[in-house]
Structure formats: structure tokens, C-alpha cells
Write a protein that binds this ligand. Structure first.
Ligand SMILES: [Zn+2]
Length: 125
């Protein structure tokens, strides 16, 4: 998963947190803004202003913001490490949860092993 999207999720949480705007909060917001690619940041700000949400976590293949099931192509794109992927329905940046990411990696590994095993059988036959 793209580290900038993780930063944007934290930025969204910092911006939307209730309570007074403390200096620590202002500093953290500044730090995060400086760390993220400007093009990603400007989309983030537009989306957050317009929709009230700019980053969504993916849980079990569903967008955490609009709760629409994501197409397989989107899930496949998310599995690639540095991809920045948007929800086609609500336009949020998508972030896969670490646990789900791990499960996906393991599933991918076991599918690959299965394929290797199968092709090995073919060679033997
Ligand atoms: Zn969505």
C-alpha cells in the first residue's frame, strides 16, 4: 500500500478530530501535508471539502466510505504495493487494512504454489 495514502488517512483523522485545535495538532497536520505528494494532497483537500471524506479503508472488498463492493480489478490494483486507487463510486482514496493485506498476500502465495504444483504434475505426466 502506498505510504502517502496512509499519511492522508492520518491527516483526515487529525483534521476531523473534535476538540480544540492544539499546537500539537497543527504541527502534525503540517508535517503530514509536507510529507505527501502535492498532487495527492490537492485531490485530498478537494474531496474532503466536497464529500466530507477523502480516504476510506477497504474491509472485505467493500469501500469503508460508501459501502459499495469494489470490482475485482480494484482489489487486484490494491494488492500491488505502490498503487494509488480510488473508489469508483465515491472517489475516496482506498486503503487496505494491514491484516487484510496480509491475508491477500498469503492467498496469492498459496495460489501461486498451487499453480506451480499443478504445472509440476503436468511435466511429470
Ligand atoms: Zn467508496
Amino acid at each position: 500500500m502506498n505510504p502517502d495514502i496512509e499519511r492522508l488517512l492520518e491527516l483526515q483523522i487529525v483534521i476531523q478530530a473534535s476538540g480544540p485545535q492544539t499546537p500539537a495538532r497543527t504541527n502534525r497536520e503540517k508535517e503530514l501535508r509536507e510529507a505527501v505528494q502535492p498532487s495527492l494532497l490537492s485531490y485530498f483537500d478537494r474531496q474532503l471539502k466536497g464529500r466530507g471524506r477523502a480516504v476510506a479503508k477497504v474491509e472485505h472488498g467493500v469501500c469503508g466510505a460508501c459501502h459499495m463492493r469494489l470490482p475485482l480489478s480494484v482489489n487486484a490494483a490494491l494488492a500491488r504495493e505502490d498503487n494509488v486507487v480510488l473508489c469508483e463510486t465515491c472517489g475516496c482514496y482506498l486503503l487496505i487494512s494491514t491484516q487484510e493485506d496480509e491475508e491477500r498476500r498469503q492467498a496469492f502465495q498459496s495460489r501461486r504454489l498451487e499453480r506451480i504444483r499443478r504445472s509440476a504434475r503436468v511435466i511429470r505426466a
